[in-house]
Design a protein around this ligand. Structure first.
Ligand code: NAD
Ligand code: UD1
Length: 339
C-alpha cells in the first residue's frame, strides 16, 4: 500500500515513515524542507534498508501535488505538514493560516480530484484549550484555543468534518497528539529544532549536552503535585505506531474518526527533569521563573477509545523517552547538521 506522507521529513513524520516501512507500507514523502533536513532520508534508509520516495515541494502548490497523485496509486494520506511554533504563530498569523489551513484545503482538493478519500490528520490536544477536568476524552469541547497555531488546528478539524458531512464516503481521522517527545532508539533520528527550543524536552536535552546553560521552569505555583505544569508526554515511536494502527483500523472505513494519542499519564516539569537527569547521569541546572502566558496547569489523555477501536496503546515510559532523547542528542549534539 502506498501512502502519501506530507511533512514526512519532519520529527514525527520521519519516525512514522520508519515504522511504515517496517510494516510493509510504502511512504511517498512530500516536504518543502522548511523545517527539516534532507539528511533525514539517509537515516530512514539506514534504519530500514529501504529508500522512501521523496518529493521536494510545497503542499500549497496544487499543480505539483496533482502531479504526485497522478504518478502513484495512492491509498491514503497522512498529513503532518504544517508550522507548529505557538509563539511564532502569534506574530505571523497569516503564515500559519496559509500554511496550515490553506495547505490542508489544497491537499484535500487534490485528493478529491485523484479519488483518494482517506486522510489521517495531525491534530493536537491544544484544540481542547484549558480542560474542565482530566483525563480528557475525545468528546470534551474543542475550539477554546488561545493562539493562531491552535486555531489553525481547530479550523482544519472543522473543514475536514464538514467535508465528511458533504461526502460521507471519506475516511477522515483526526489524531489529537498530546506531548510528543523521544527519539528513535538507535539514536540516529530525533527532534532537531532550529534556534532556541520552545518545548520542554528539547530544551532539557540541549542543557544536558551543554548547548544551554540552564532550564527555566515556567511556574511552580500550579495546583499540581509539585506546583509545576503537568503534561502527557508520549514517545514518538508510540505515536508513529498509532498512525499505522489508525490506518489499519479505520483508514479504509468511511467515517469521521477522532482519537487522542497520549499515554494517559501526567508528568510534571520536575518529573521530566528528574527522569532526564537519570538518563544522562548528571543533575541538570534549572531556575524557577514566572508562568508562561497561555500555559495550562495540567493535561492528560483518556486513552480508552484508541485502545478499544485502534487496538493501540502507548507502551514506552518517561525513562525510555529520556534515554532515547539523550542517545539522539549526545550522538548528534547539533542535530542533523552534526558531522
Ligand atoms: P516538524 O516541523 O518537524 O514537521 C513538519 C514538516 O512539514 C517539516 O518537515 C516541514 O518542512 C514540513 N512542511 C511545513 N510546511 C509545509 C508545506 N507547506 N509543504 C510541505 N511541507 C511542509 O513538526 P512535527 O513535530 O513533526 O509535527 C508534525 C505535525 O504534527 C504538525 O502538523 C504539527 O502541528 C502536529 N503536532 C505536533 C506536535 C509536537 O509537539 N511536535 C504536537 C501536536 C501536533
Ligand atoms: C505546547 C503548545 C501546544 C503544542 C505543544 C506541542 C503552548 C502554550 N502550547 O504545549 O499548543 O501543541 O507545545 O508542540 O505553547 N516548560 C518549562 N520550560 C521550558 C519549556 C516548557 O517549564 O523551557 C513547561 C511548560 O510551562 C509546560 C511544560 O513544560 O508546563 C510543557 O511545555 P511544552 O513542551 O512547551 O508543551 P505544552 O505547553 O504542553
Amino acid at each position: 500500500m502506498k501512502v502519501l506522507v506530507t511533512g514526512g521529513m519532519g520529527y514525527i513524520g520521519s519516525h512514522t515513515c520508519v515504522q511504515m516501512l517496517e510494516a510493509g507500507i510504502e511512504p511517498i514523502i512530500v516536504d518543502n524542507l522548511f523545517n527539516a533536513k534532507e539528511a533525514v532520508l539517509g537515516r530512514i534508509e539506514a534504519l530500514t534498508g529501504k529508500a522512501p520516495l521523496f518529493y521536494h515541494g510545497d503542499i500549497r502548490d496544487e499543480a505539483f501535488l496533482d502531479s504526485v497523485f497522478s504518478a502513484h496509486d495512492i491509498a491514503a494520506v497522512i498529513h503532518f505538514a504544517g508550522l507548529k511554533a505557538v509563539g511564532e504563530s502569534v506574530s505571523k498569523p497569516l503564515e500559519y493560516y496559509d500554511n496550515n489551513v490553506n495547505g490542508s484545503l489544497v491537499l484535500a482538493r487534490c485528493m478529491e480530484k485523484a479519488g483518494v478519500k482517506s486522510i489521517v490528520f495531525s491534530s493536537s490536544a491544544t484544540v481542547y484549550g484549558d480542560p474542565a477536568s482530566v483525563p480528557i476524552t475525545e468528546s470534551f469541547p474543542t475550539g477554546a484555543t488561545t493562539n493562531p497555531y491552535g486555531r489553525s488546528k481547530y479550523m482544519v478539524e472543522q473543514c475536514l468534518s464538514d467535508l465528511f458531512v458533504a461526502q460521507s464516503d471519506w475516511s477522515i481521522t483526526l489524531l489529537r497528539y498530546f506531548n510528543p517527545v523521544g527519539a528513535h532508539p538507535s539514536g540516529t533520528m530525533g527532534e532537531d529544532p532550529q534556534g532556541i527550543p520552545n518545548n520542554l524536552m528539547p530544551f532539557i536535552a540541549q542543557v544536558a549536552v551543554g548547548r544551554r546553560e540552564k532550564l527555566s521552569i515556567f511556574g511552580d505555583d500550579y495546583s499540581t503535585h509539585d506546583g509545576t505544569g503537568v503534561r502527557d508526554y508520549i514517545h514518538v515511536m508510540d505515536l508513529a505506531d498509532g498512525h499505522i494502527a489508525a490506518l489499519n483500523a479505520v483508514g479504509s472505513k468511511a467515517g469521521l474518526h477522532i482519537y487522542n494519542l497520549g499515554t494517559g499519564t501526567g508528568s510534571s516539569v520536575l518529573d521530566m527533569v528528574e527522569a532526564f537527569s537519570a538518563a544522562c547521569g548528571t543533575s541538570l541546572p534549572y531556575e524557577i521563573c514566572p508562568r508562561r502566558a497561555g500555559d495550562i496547569a495540567q493535561c492528560w489523555a483518556a486513552t480508552e477509545k484508541a485502545e478499544r477501536e485502534l487496538g493501540w496503546k502507548a507502551t514506552r515510559n518517561v525513562a525510555e523517552m529520556s534515554a532515547d532523547t539523550w542517545k539522539w542528542q549526545s550522538n548528534n549534539p547539533n542535530g542533523y547538521t552534526s558531522v
